[in-house]
Write a protein that binds this ligand. Structure first.
Ligand code: SF4
Length: 213
């Protein structure tokens, strides 16, 4: 994608969502990591509802590592995939204690050694928790990238991430990541996007956009 087009898109994002930010409520890196792990295939609103209680009950890495699995499952049962998430949160806390002195690492590769932590989660934690430039590709970022022509429809999540990193200036990665999520969550939704008042319709590659007008 040429530089003018990228600038145009980023300007529209700035205009629409100047204050876009992470919507997962957290007070420290551990809570951020857990909230992101819990958010897989679940809305941020459901995670925030759950963590409002969870973070009052569990405070330290030890609290999660020492909790009986059945108890953690019960504490997470309001969100999807809760059994798997409980298992991963407990195993993640155990590994943090065993290998990282109980501290969430700020290193992308180290984060990915933790159970249940993949590329997307690691990217969110380094960028949101430690201000390390990164672009996490979730379902919204992938869809928007393909509709706006940063990537092709057939591209894998990893290819989308690399293409975004190449097209967008590094100092804009963190901000643009949040803006793309807002754009996807509130404007360019998967079903029924707001094409009728979209400032980017002329460059959009979504074949069905005319149907949405
Ligand atoms: Fe999304 Fe529609 Fe805008 Fe394309 S024209 S970016 S599909 S809202």
């Amino acid at each position: 994608m040429n530089k003018e087009k990228v600038k145009r898109i980023l300007d529209v994002f700035d205009d629409m969502y100047p204050d876009a930010k992470c919507e997962l409520i957290h007070r420290n890196e551990l809570e951020l990591l857990i909230a992101v792990m819990l958010s897989a295939q679940t809305t941020d609103a459901s995670v925030n509802k759950l963590t409002a209680h969870l973070f009052e009950k569990y405070h330290t890495v030890e609290d999660y590592a020492n909790a009986p699995l059945a108890q953690l499952e019960s504490d997470l049962h309001t969100i999807g995939l809760y059994r798997n998430k409980a298992k991963n949160v407990k195993a993640m806390a155990e590994k943090l204690l065993a290998d990282y002195h109980g501290v969430v690492p700020c290193d992308y590769d180290a984060l990915q050694t933790l159970p249940g932590v993949g590329r997307k989660t690691a990217n969110v934690v380094v960028s949101e928790g430690f201000q390390v430039p990164a672009i996490a590709v979730d379902t919204h970022v992938e869809r928007i990238s393909k509709r706006l022509g940063f990537a092709f429809k057939k591209d894998s999540v990893l290819t989308v991430e690399k293409k975004l990193q190449k097209a967008i200036p590094q100092e804009r990665w963190i901000k643009t990541h949040h803006q793309m999520i807002f754009f996807g969550r509130y404007h360019c939704k998967s079903m029924n996007p707001s094409c009728q008042n979209c400032q980017l319709i002329d460059i959009c590659k979504e074949p069905k956009r005319k149907k949405y007008l």
